[in-house]
Design a protein around this ligand. Structure first.
Ligand code: DX5
Ligand code: ZN
Length: 220
């Protein structure tokens, strides 16, 4: 599976969002990571389906990877599917019926995923592996960009990698939080294939330079 760089637009300039997304994709990013926060499941408030739809209308054709940090999830899933989401992932704590929410995402034509906070066990995967297209491991506690990578996420990545490889299913393993040029190599070595990076990319003036450096690190 090809490695994907997924810039988190949480750290983009929201006043110029369309242009920012165009620029980061032109700079070599693969997919757009779209953080949805509700000031309830996490202590922050961001963007919803209208913004996803606006990016599609603006002409964004890359996959949009919608990370739901909202509770409950079932009411908002159809709105994101309609708005042009490619992946829709949610936290198991935010759904009373995980199997139903995953199935709903697929039935609406999107790719589904479960997100694990640093302290959330991977055991939630046990009975739904066949309904998951992406496993997203948080390497920070969700809510804000610019936090430091929590080292225990590396062990968890190795565990998740084993689960995926043993399953035989085609499942992406995404990591989110504190990913930088100087740690992306060990994160990849631990088993990730999809790398969310917000502040590491958008805090720099030259997005292409950062993305090229990330790819060079991963090729080492
Ligand atoms: C945190 C979000 C992340 C965040 C990552 O709740 O899920 O996607 O934007 O930001 P960085 O890369 O700055 O840690
Ligand atoms: Zn995220």
């Amino acid at each position: 599976m090809a490695d994907l760089i997924a810039p988190s637009i949480l750290s983009a300039d929201f006043a110029r969002l369309g242009e920012e997304v165009d620029n980061v994709l032109k700079a070599g990013a693969d997919i757009v990571h779209f953080d949805v926060m509700d000031n309830h499941f996490v202590p922050n408030l961001t963007i919803g389906p209208l913004v996803c739809e606006a990016l599609r209308k603006h002409g964004v054709t890359a996959d949009i990877d919608v990370h739901l940090m909202v509770e409950p999830v079932d009411r908002i899933i159809p709105d994101f599917a309609k708005a042009g989401a490619s992946y829709i992932t949610f936290h198991p704590e935010a759904s009373r019926h995980i199997d139903r929410s995953l199935q709903m995402i697929r039935d609406l034509g999107c790719k589904s995923g479960l997100v694990f906070n640093p302290a959330t066990p991977l055991s939630h995967l046990e009975h739904v592996l066949d309904k998951v297209d992406m496993i997203l491991l948080m390497s920070v506690n969700p809510g804000f960009g610019g936090q430091s990578f929590i080292p225990s996420a590396l062990d968890k990545l190795r565990q998740a990698r084993k689960i995926i490889d043993n399953s035989g299913f085609d499942i992406r393993l995404e990591i989110d939080g504190g990913v930088k040029v100087d740690n992306i190599r060990e994160i990849k070595a631990a088993g990730a294939d999809t790398f969310v990076a917000g502040s590491a990319i958008f805090s720099q003036p030259d997005y292409k330079k950062v993305i090229d450096e990330m790819r060079a690190e991963m090729a080492k």
